[in-house]
Design a protein around this ligand. Structure first.
Ligand code: PLP
Length: 446
């Protein structure tokens, strides 16, 4: 996210003495002037205008080079311009770029099967493709609503009460109206209320709160409808890269089983190898070994091409979506599917899930050992990590790092997130740590 102007200016001033400064150049500034004339102001003013990338590095229109430890916010999983990814997209574009859902293409069929296999989903599991993380979660929420209607006592037309979906405090699931309804942050949802009804929030990582929410189901004036689903990220990414805790996730699974509710795991940010396993739910230390009912995915799945969706575990659940239940013009688009197949092949062939684990450990160890008094602690799994700062100067710290050739982001007022490509090298991790180590510890609060 773009930097607040005041923090940015302060960090610029603090950084001017340094010779490795990468300032916003004339060409970039001119483009940004035009940007503001024609773009809705939902992102603030971008920090730079980027031109091209290679591997973990990206160059702006003024020729400044950056080591990208954000990777388009956990998207560019195989780095910029990986030759196999480029060839797959170019070959598919030359063949057929789009056909509509009256027709199918080979890449989308192969990709759906591959995702079911990687998720270890049981026989009969099915995939829905959309174009973003929010759309993956929209699909999951709609499927959960259909499921909710099958629960005893949940048919309003027969005197029942509508089923509920439980989401967690600090959770982020996207900004379309359905996904936003399950997204916690008041600052981004308040202005759009009322949102989708019967989606409730409980405190994250609080088993008693979740148990209470289930216990509110019942007849009579004060009883609520049954719980159709609980939706959660195993590491709350936008909340500052915060794992929920395996014990909590196991308890949530047990409560869902006890009450016949679905467990939806949002793997939009954690999925496709980023946390050191194909999906975060496959990590015992994040999930306690549970199996979800629905997994949503997006971001890194197609290595930079827009794609998202969900995997419904099992035939019975999958069968609740029938023709007309859901759809999108671009769903399963062959260019996106080819990009995703190439991304998955590269991750597989270059052993990048293991690299994510190893480089993640190196990064966290390096940050801990670098001795910067600004750093209080570090957390994360694989290559989804955050460093906790001793005071809320994350935007200024992000701006300082950018000026010194390193892209990271202020994921919270007092935390920086790092999510480099999964093929980042050991040398690049050392280089990033060297920049992080030099961030001044007396930056002003944002
Ligand atoms: C966990 C999670 N879910 C959903 C989304 C929304 O994805 P998108 O921005 O592609 O709609 C995000 C985006 O940051 C996310 O981190």
């Amino acid at each position: 996210m773009p930097t607040e102007n005041t923090a940015y200016a302060a960090a610029l001033a603090a950084a001017t003495a340094d010779e490795t400064l990468e300032t916003l150049g004339e060409t970039g500034a001119a483009w940004l002037g035009e940007y503001s004339q024609v773009h809705m102001n939902v992102f603030g003013t971008p920090l730079r205008v980027m031109d091209h990338g290679q591997g973990t590095r990206v160059w702006d229109v003024d020729g400044n080079e950056y080591l990208d430890f954000l990777a388009g916010i956990a998207v560019n999983s195989v780095g910029y311009a990986h030759p196999k990814w480029v060839k797959a997209v170019a070959d598919q574009a030359a063949k057929v770029a789009h056909v509509s859902n009256y027709f199918a293409t080979e890449p989308q069929i192969r990709l759906a099967a591959r995702l079911v296999e990687l998720a270890g989903a049981p026989e009969g599991s099915h995939v829905y493709f959309g174009n973003s993380g929010a759309e993956g979660n929209e699909a999951a929420i709609k499927l959960a609503k259909l499921y909710g209607r099958t629960l005893p006592g949940a048919t309003p037309s027969m005197g029942g009460k509508p089923a509920r979906i439980i989401a967690l405090s600090h959770g982020f699931h996207g900004r379309t109206l359905g996904a936003l309804s399950a997204t916690w942050k008041p600052a981004i949802r308040k202005a759009f209320e009322p949102l989708v009804p019967n989606i409730e929030f409980v405190e994250a990582s609080d088993t008693a709160a979740l148990r209470d929410a289930f216990a509110q189901t019942g007849p009579g004036r004060y009883g609520k409808g049954p719980v159709a689903a609980v939706i959660m990220e195993l590491i709350q990414g936008e909340a500052g890269v915060r794992p929920l805790g395996a014990d909590y996730v196991k308890a949530a699974r047990a409560l869902c089983d006890e009450h016949g509710a679905l467990l939806i795991i949002d793997e939009v940010q954690t999925g496709m190898g980023r946390t050191g396993s194909w999906f975060a739910f496959q990590r015992e230390d994040l999930s306690g070994g549970i199996t979800p009912d629905i997994v949503t995915f997006a971001k890194g799945v197609a290595g930079g091409f827009p794609m998202g969706g969900m995997i419904a575990f099992g035939a019975e659940l999958s069968a609740l979506f029938t023709p007309g239940s859901h759809g999108s013009t671009f769903a399963g688009n062959p260019l996106a599917a080819s990009a995703a197949l190439a991304t998955i092949d590269i991750i597989d062939n270059e052993d990048l899930v293991a690299n994510a684990e190893a480089r993640g450990t190196q990064l966290r160890d390096g940050i801990l050992a670098c001795g910067n008094p600004l750093f209080a602690s570090v957390r994360g799994r694989g290559l989804l990590d955050a460093v906790q700062l001793t005071h809320p100067c994350a935007h200024a710290a992000m701006a300082w790092a950018l000026e010194h050739g390193l892209i990271v982001n202020a994921v919270a007022p007092d935390a920086l997130r790092m999510a480099p490509p999964l093929n980042v090298t050991a040398e690049e991790v050392d280089e990033a740590v060297a920049v992080l180590a030099r961030i001044p510890d007396d930056l002003p609060n944002d």
